[in-house]
Write a protein that binds this ligand. Structure first.
Ligand code: SAM
Length: 232
């Protein structure tokens, strides 16, 4: 049976690579030994296989053996722009959204948002969750998590959709993979008339997720699930 290979993040793929203190600790905990091979990725899309050549409590070095040619990324970057949610709900969305291929998360301040802002500690935790989920789902891209911006200041490139109950359009009927894709999902209280006015002004297309009302943490995963189920 093929042995599970550990995945470690490196600054950049190179013939010789040094690891961060966190990755050194990870290899020690996982009992990886010099001579073992691991998978390496740079968080920006490059990945490969490397041999651990040195490991001590403070440092580790790797020798690159090969680069991976196949990609587990969508043909265009997918941004999930999501209204701030209370409690730990954003952690769940970031973890699952990373598994489902999001390349960028943009946190949004909307009129009826559950909370007005999030602190630096929570943002740091979300970034760590994204890195762990990227490793777990064998992605070579670690999604960025951008600090919250008011919905009216959010700018995007390419196709823009937002989930809104009762909309006639369906995401997969309109989506193409010819340009970057941004999906916007609202807060538990929904979008305000001002939010909807701005979304219309920005040319965003409202899409339905069916006749049931989904929780604010479920709706973004339903949007992303539709992409994943299309098999791209
Ligand atoms: N009463 C709110 C309304 O009418 O918008 C319900 C908000 S819902 C709990 C939270 C968010 O999830 C919505 O703003 C929307 O982005 C998304 N959502 C939930 N159910 C949806 C559905 N069936 N179709 C499209 N979007 C949905």
């Amino acid at each position: 049976m093929a042995r599970h290979q550990h995945r470690v993040r490196v600054e950049a793929l190179a013939a010789q690579m040094a690891l961060s203190a966190a990755e050194v600790k990870h290899l020690q905990v996982m009992r990886v030994r010099p001579g073992d091979t691991v998978q390496v990725f740079d968080g920006r899309g490059a990945a490969g296989e490397a041999e651990l050549t040195h490991l001590d409590p403070f440092a580790a070095t790797l020798r690159l053996l090969s680069r991976t040619e196949t990609s587990s990324e969508y043909p265009q970057p997918v941004t999930l722009a999501i209204a701030l949610l209370k409690g730990d709900k954003l952690s769940d969305v970031v973890r699952a959204g990373t598994e489902l291929g999001v390349a960028h998360f943009q946190l949004l301040q909307t009129r009826y948002a559950d909370v007005p802002d999030i602190g630096d500690n929570k943002l740091t935790r979300l970034r760590r969750i994204a890195e762990e989920a990227a490793k777990q789902s064998q992605r070579s891209v670690v999604p960025e998590i951008a600090s919250p911006v008011p919905l009216a200041q959010f700018r995007s490139e390419g196709q823009l959709f937002y989930a809104h109950p009762g909309s006639p359009a369906r995401l997969l009927d309109h989506l193409t993979w010819l340009s970057p894709l941004t999906l916007i999902s609202g807060p538990e209280g929904g979008f305000s008339p001002e939010d909807l006015g701005w979304l219309g002004h920005a040319g965003a297309v409202p899409v339905t997720l069916g006749p049931r009302i989904l929780r604010a943490e479920t709706a973004p995963l339903a949007l992303l699930g539709a992409l994943a189920a299309s098999g791209v």
